[in-house]
Write a protein that binds this ligand. Structure first.
Ligand code: GCU
Length: 675
């Protein structure tokens, strides 16, 4: 699994191989910068792998031309291609008649655009698509496409399930693993252009010279691949490592401390990306400690970064017991009034749902609510609440569900995708972050199928409207097999897997009923943690009458934070999509479910049983692939499937038995008793 989706195995179809080889095995590069060098290396490696031949030659001999900047403009003009459409980071990949020969051209305004175009062309070969008449124009819809590593300096990864952190801080800056290069290649191949190296629960030591030297070493390695490094910073750093007695953002000494620190970082790393900040959240320090707002805190950092072109990504994941407001409403209440108060180089980073990366959540009502403030999407790629790295879950459909949801902020069609790509409100910056699932595990993500979640994150950050199914198809072809039957089987499994997991764990809008602290396995009974809103019973509210959280106007009225007509739809159980029913409503056990005619109790039980049965069916589908894919990959997933099957039953039995105490209703006829 180490090679991810960049496997480049030999193409077995001799005719196809010959056609590809004739066209692209000899290539020309328009320059010799560091980025052009890595393009050359990737082409040599990939074409040798797939076609058993690859050669860098001069322009007249080449079948493939890779050009950036002026040379690309000249070629585009000659072939009447619109290079402007490639923007700063995009590319054109065309097959054109050049003199008497057909040539494939990768043209871009920038070298990183040419690198992305190169990976795009390689994907064409990896997925066995024709080169004839290729006319691809692509540029990213979102500017900052960033991984967030929740990696601590001692290499423990918060919510990471694939071994230790890949950053070996002890051996940096001198020891530079090939793995860092392969990490950069994988990211560049899907258009990721930034990485936040350390945990949002930040260690202030990251800003000391000792660590900045190490950060610089990584930044130097990633630069040719178009990847900038960012750091998570602790808001109280001026006190913790600067010797000041305050971190008040309006204090001049504090401002000067940050300015000097930022200037120093840019001496090490001239293209440093900026800061990610978790402030006044889950015990982290922040501007609130000094009576200041999130905007005052963010802007203080933003003004230190602005002269260097850096960005602040300020997280909206804030909630506190003391606030006396239901948790799902707090981020909106705190950030909506600050709309328009943030500096131009600040993005507010919002988790996809209003609680916390649950298997399914409605989108956060902040999306669409802040026309003057660009919002950055934060998805979780690592599966904190979804079975860690033991369950087979492709997150593409979940990301798609969120991105295609309509906020109605500017009437129908105001999707979350249009909010975060900046087009709805004409914002000047846009971004999407994914909490990485990468570790030092040999296969990077602890489970081969979960590599697809890193992959789909990158593809959707480039194009938030791409379909999860298309991405699954191409990922399977590049990672597992190009055999159409294998592709159909695995894609089918992937596309179902998220819904199956939702049924297994939290059907019908249930949420936050997993094990306390570690978040693994079922624990709807958790009721005695220090904060009310950490307990499962706070969320499901099961009692003799029924189950679910009344967030409608008769309850905490969280629906008021959405735009019409959504808020009216969600206010009424009859018009609330069934997948969010118990998120927004507390309903009697005998409430009739529209789609099935079952009572709520029977439907809940039915879903838990269906979830467990469907996982078993997934396992059988996987077993049918024996002999069709690499035996080691097959076996790894098979072992994980065993765990998944067992745990789906664990969820089913635990949740059904627990909730039955309240419903006091029997297991529906025909279903075996839970044990
Ligand atoms: C969740 C997660 C924490 C993380 C936090 C965050 O609460 O469990 O580990 O620090 O989210 O996103 O800041």
């Amino acid at each position: 699994g180490y090679r991810l989706w960049l496997k480049y195995d030999p193409i077995n179809d001799d005719d196809l191989k010959a056609t590809y080889a004739k066209q692209v095995s000899s290539f020309y590069l328009s320059g010799d910068s560091d980025t052009m060098k890595v393009i050359g290396e990737e082409l040599i490696f990939a074409l040798n792998g797939m076609l058993a031949q690859a050669k860098q030659v001069n322009a007249s001999q080449a079948g493939l031309i890779v050009a950036a900047g002026d040379k690309a403009s000249a070629l585009a003009a000659r072939h009447k291609l619109d290079l402007k459409a490639a923007g700063d980071e995009g590319y054109l990949v065309y097959q054109v008649k050049h003199g008497n020969a057909e040539k494939v051209m990768i043209l871009a305004n920038t070298e990183v655009g040419a690198l992305y175009g190169t990976y795009r062309l390689l994907r064409q070969l990896q997925t066995r698509q024709p080169l004839a008449d290729m006319a691809i124009v692509s540029q990213p819809d979102i500017q900052l496409r960033v991984l967030n590593h929740w990696d601590n300096l001692d290499r423990h990864v918060e919510r990471g399930y694939a071994g230790e952190s890949i950053w070996d801080w002890h051996k940096l800056p001198d020891y530079r693993y090939q793995r860092y290069v392969d990490y950069a290649r994988a990211n560049a191949s899907i258009g990721i252009n930034g990485t936040v190296l350390n945990n949002v629960n930040a260690d202030p030591l990251i800003l000391t010279d000792h660590y900045l030297e190490k950060v610089k070493a990584l930044a130097d390695m990633f630069r040719p691949y178009g990847i900038k490094v960012y750091l998570s910073v602790k808001f109280s750093s001026p006190q913790l490592i600067g010797g000041l007695d305050t971190s008040d953002p309006l204090d001049e000494d504090v401002q000067q401390w940050w300015q000097a620190k930022v200037d120093d970082i840019y001496k090490h790393i001239p293209d440093f990306g900026g800061f990610l900040v978790k402030a006044n959240s889950e015990g982290q320090p922040g501007p609130g400690d000094f009576g200041r707002t999130h905007a005052e805190g963010a802007n203080m950092l933003a003004s230190a970064l602005a002269p260097h072109g850096g960005t602040v990504m300020w997280r909206a994941f804030v909630y506190a017991n003391e606030k006396n407001e239901e948790r799902s409403k707090q981020a909106y209440s705190e950030f909506k009034p600050l709309d328009g108060k943030f500096d131009d180089n600040v993005l507010v980073q919002v988790k996809n749902g209003p609680i916390d990366f649950q298997p399914r959540e409605p989108f956060s009502p902040l999306f669409g609510a802040t026309p003057e403030t660009p919002l950055m999407m934060e998805f979780q790629i690592t599966m904190e609440y979804l079975g860690f790295s033991t369950h087979f879950v492709y997150l593409g459909p979940m990301y798609e569900e969120v991105l295609s949801a309509d906020t109605y902020a500017r009437g129908e069609g105001s999707t979350v995708a249009k909010v975060i790509d900046g087009s709805l409100f004409d914002n000047n910056i846009s971004g999407m972050a994914g909490v990485a699932n990468i570790g030092s595990d040999r296969n990077w993500t602890g489970h081969i199928i979960l590599q697809s979640n890193w992959y789909v994150f990158g593809r959707m950050a480039w194009n938030p409207e791409i379909s999860a199914e298309q991405v699954a198809d191409e990922w399977v072809r590049m990672t597992l097999s190009n055999d159409n039957e294998v592709v159909a089987t695995v894609t089918d499994m992937m596309m179902k897997s998220h819904e199956i997991t939702v049924n297994t764990m939290t059907p019908l809008g249930l949420h936050h009923i997993m094990g306390a602290g570690h978040h693994y396995g079922p624990a709807p009974w958790v009721d005695s943690l220090g904060r009310a809103d950490w307990n499962s019973v706070y969320y499901h509210r099961a009692d003799d009458e029924g189950i679910g959280f009344d967030r409608s106007p008769s309850g905490v009225n969280a629906v008021e934070q959405y735009f019409s007509p959504l808020k009216e739809q969600l206010a009424d159980p009859a018009t609330t999509p069934e997948k969010y029913l118990l998120w927004f409503h507390h309903l009697p056990w005998d409430y009739q479910i529209k789609s099935s005619g079952r009572t709520l109790w029977n439907e809940l039980v039915h879903r838990y049983y269906k979830g467990a049965d469907d996982v078993k069916a997934l396992e059988q589908q996987w077993d049918s692939l024996k002999g069709e894919i690499d035996p080691l990959q097959f076996h790894q997933v098979q072992m994980a499937m065993d765990i998944h099957v067992k745990e789906a039953l664990w969820w089913r039995n635990a949740c059904v038995l627990y909730f039955q105490q309240f419903s006091d209703m029997p297991i529906p006829d025909g279903l075996p008793k839970p044990e």
